[in-house]
Design a protein around this ligand. Structure first.
Ligand code: F6R
Length: 241
């Protein structure tokens, strides 16, 4: 079941998401969090850093698994998702670096990279709370619209739409990676709780289709309708209001 929470704006989304995550970590200190990158969670991560500085949240027992990573990018590349996580959250809080996992973008053999990552998720006992953003085309993680839903971690060719959306982070279009490793929809659905953040007018169509449209791999986020415990925090623009 998807529960929808209407938020005023991005700030309101970030505030509520931070409160929810803090509650999760109070309730279960050793939670495994599935984390996302991109613009949607930046405000949330800022609030978590602030809360940590105020002594309101403790990451000492937390484990994290990120949704995805570009294939071919090293962790120290500022465009890599590992780098993003270090900058936005990990290096500011008391999380143990060995408890943070991101797919290995430098592993050339995609079978190895994907198998290893699925093994990590399994070893951690699955994901307690999975954080998601949503792509303009309805993707979650890097699960792009396709003919079937994916299950485990896999290597994807990014759609033109996604490459275009990512271009703002790179100087030249040729530098935008064209492939990524991503957790599959199956792994996302197995998370015990899901929190999806959606802000801005360009998400309105995808959010509407996710909530009210048919469940179809052409709109990967629609599979969340099958999950028992999804909370969507969306602002007025993302709800087309
Ligand atoms: C990021 C990810 C993507 C983003 C989505 C929305 O790890 O997996 O699915 O959540 O592309 O991106 P933003 O938040 O930049 O609009």
């Amino acid at each position: 079941m998807i529960q929808l929470c209407r938020c005023r704006d991005y700030e309101d989304i970030s505030q509520r998401a931070a409160e929810l995550l803090t509650a999760q970590l109070t309730w279960k200190k050793d939670s495994t969090l599935g984390l996302a990158t991109g613009g949607s969670p930046v405000g949330l991560y800022r609030k978590l850093r602030e809360r940590f500085a105020e002594g309101l949240v403790d990451f000492s027992e937390v484990k994290t698994v990120n949704l995805d990573e570009y294939r071919g990018l090293a962790p120290e590349n500022p465009q890599s998702y590992r780098y993003f996580m270090e900058e936005n959250l990990f290096r500011h809080v008391n999380i143990h670096p060995e408890n943070t996992y991101v797919p290995n973008g430098l592993e050339k053999d995609s079978e190895t990279a994907c198998r290893d990552y699925d093994a990590v998720i399994q070893r951690l006992g699955g994901i307690d709370l999975q954080l998601l953003g949503i792509g303009r085309n309805g993707h979650i993680g890097f699960n792009e619209p396709s003919d079937q839903f994916s299950s485990g971690t896999h290597c994807v060719k990014l759609s033109e739409n996604t490459i275009e959306a990512n271009q703002r982070f790179f100087e030249r279009r040729e530098e935008v990676p064209t492939e990524a490793y991503t957790m599959g929809c199956g792994a996302i659905l197995r998370a015990r709780r899901i929190l999806l953040l959606a802000s801005g007018r360009d998400k309105a169509e995808a959010v509407h289709a996710m909530l009210y449209g048919p469940i179809t791999p052409q709109l990967p986020a629609s599979i969340l309708q099958l999950h028992e415990n999804v909370l969507v925090l969306a602002d007025e623009e993302a709800l087309g209001q």
